[in-house]
Design a binder for this molecule. Structure first.
Ligand code: KG4
Ligand code: ZN
Length: 341
C-alpha cells in the first residue's frame, strides 16, 4: 500500500439502498456493497420512508463492514469518510450520516458530506478514466431530472430541471398504471422491447421561456387518459405498445433538450447519470445522436447508475482534495441544493 494513496470509505442511504464502498485515489472502486430494499417496498408500490429508515438501521453496520472486508482494508487505511447528507428522505439520510459521524468521532478520520446528485454525476469518472470537466451531464433519477454543466470537480451550473415529475417518477407511475409494479423503470425498459414506439403519439412537452426545463406530468396524464379511454371503449390495451410509446416520448425530450444544450453551450462532451440512465433505449438513442453530432458520449454501467456508494466515494474524493470537511454537527438536509456546502 502506497502511503500517498487516498482511500475513501463512502456511505449512501438517501432512499431505499443501504450502500457502502471503498474507493482508491478517486477512480478505483475496491468494493461496492449495496443492500437493496426493493423487495420490501414492492409490496406497497413505492418507497415507504419509515420502513426505509428502519431497514437502513438494521443493515448499515453490516454493509460498511462488508465494504471494508471486500476492499481488503481496515479503518486504519481510510483517509476520509464520505457520506450522502442530501437530498433524500430525511430519516433514511440520517442513518448514513449518523454512522459516518460515529466512525469519524471514534477514529478521528475526517468527514466529508456529499451531495447525492454530485455522486450520480461522479459515477461517470469510475469507468471513463480520461473523463474530466468541463462537460454537460443529464441527471435522470427517481427524484431528479437536472441538466447540469459540470464546470469543474464540485462546480456545477444547473441549466435545466423538471417543473413537476422526475423522469424516473414518470416511469414508475406509468408502470403502475399498466400493472407492472415497482420499480417501473426496468420493467418498462424490458416490456418496450416487445412494443412499437410509434404505436401511440404521446405529447413531447416544452416549457415556455425555459428551453432546457422538462415537464413529465402531462405525458403521465396522457398515458392515463389513453388507458381510461380504451377501458371505456372496451378496447384491449397493448401494454407493450403503451410502454414503448411512453418511453419514446420521454427519450425524445431528454435527447432533444440535452444535446441542444451541449451544442448551444459549445461543449463536446456529454454524460448521463442516475437510475434512468441505465435505460437501454435511452443509451442507444444518445449513442446514435451523439455520434451524428460529433459529441463524446459517457455513461456509467447500470450498477453505477442506480443508487450506490462508489459514486459517493468518487465525489467525496474530489471534495476531500478541495478541502471540504464537515464537523460532527453535519445534519441530513432533505432538500440540499447542488453546489451548496
Ligand atoms: O438513481 P436512482 O437509483 O434513485 C434516485 O436517486 O432516485 O433512480 C431510481 C429510478 C427509479 O425511478 C427507477 O424506476 C428508474 O430509476 N430506473 C429506470 C431504469 N432503471 C431504474 N428507468 C428507466 N429504465 C431503467 N432501466
Ligand atoms: Zn439517486
Amino acid at each position: 500500500m502506497n502511503k500517498k494513496d487516498i482511500f475513501i470509505l463512502a456511505i449512501e442511504s438517501s432512499c431505499d439502498e443501504t450502500a457502502a464502498a471503498v474507493v482508491k485515489n478517486g477512480r478505483e472502486v475496491l468494493s461496492n456493497v449495496i443492500s437493496s430494499q426493493i423487495d420490501l417496498h414492492k409490496l406497497y408500490g413505492g418507497v415507504v420512508p419509515e420502513i426505509a429508515s428502519r431497514k437502513h438501521i438494521e443493515k448499515i453496520n453490516q454493509v460498511i463492514e462488508e465494504a471494508l472486508n471486500e476492499a481488503n482494508v481496515t479503518l486504519q487505511d481510510i483517509t476520509a469518510i464520505a457520506v450522502t447528507y442530501g437530498p433524500g428522505l430525511v430519516g433514511a439520510l440520517l442513518v448514513g450520516v449518523s454512522a459516518a459521524k460515529a466512525i469519524s468521532f471514534a477514529t478521528g478520520i475526517p468527514l466529508v458530506g456529499v451531495h447525492h446528485i454530485e455522486g450520480h454525476i461522479s459515477a461517470n469518472y469510475i469507468e471513463n478514466k480520461q473523463l474530466e470537466p468541463e462537460f454537460v451531464c443529464l441527471v435522470v433519477s427517481g427524484g431528479h431530472t437536472h441538466l447540469v454543466v459540470v464546470q469543474d470537480y464540485g462546480e456545477y451550473e444547473i441549466i435545466g430541471r423538471t417543473r413537476d415529475d422526475a423522469a424516473g417518477e414518470a416511469f414508475d407511475k406509468v408502470a403502475r398504471a399498466i400493472g407492472l409494479g415497482y420499480p417501473g423503470g426496468p420493467k418498462i425498459d424490458k416490456l418496450s422491447k416487445e412494443g412499437n414506439p410509434e404505436a401511440i403519439r404521446f405529447p413531447r412537452a416544452k416549457v415556455e421561456d425555459a428551453i432546457y426545463d422538462f415537464s413529465f406530468s402531462g405525458l403521465k396524464s396522457a398515458v392515463l387518459n389513453y388507458l381510461n379511454s380504451c377501458e371505456m371503449k372496451g378496447e384491449k390495451v397493448n401494454a407493450a405498445d403503451v410502454a414503448a410509446s411512453f418511453q419514446k416520448a420521454v427519450i425524445d425530450v431528454l435527447v432533444d433538450h440535452a444535446l441542444h444544450a451541449v451544442e448551444e453551450y459549445g461543449y463536446h462532451k456529454f454524460a448521463i447519470a442516475g437510475g434512468v440512465a441505465s435505460n437501454s433505449s435511452l443509451r442507444e438513442a444518445f449513442e446514435k445522436e451523439c455520434t451524428a453530432r460529433n459529441i463524446e458520449f459517457y455513461y456509467p454501467s447500470p450498477i453505477f447508475c442506480t443508487d450506490n456508494a462508489a459514486m459517493i466515494g468518487v465525489a467525496g474524493y474530489y471534495e476531500y482534495l478541495k478541502g471540504t470537511r464537515h464537523g460532527y454537527d453535519l445534519n441530513a438536509v432533505p432538500n440540499l441544493k447542488l453546489g451548496e456546502r
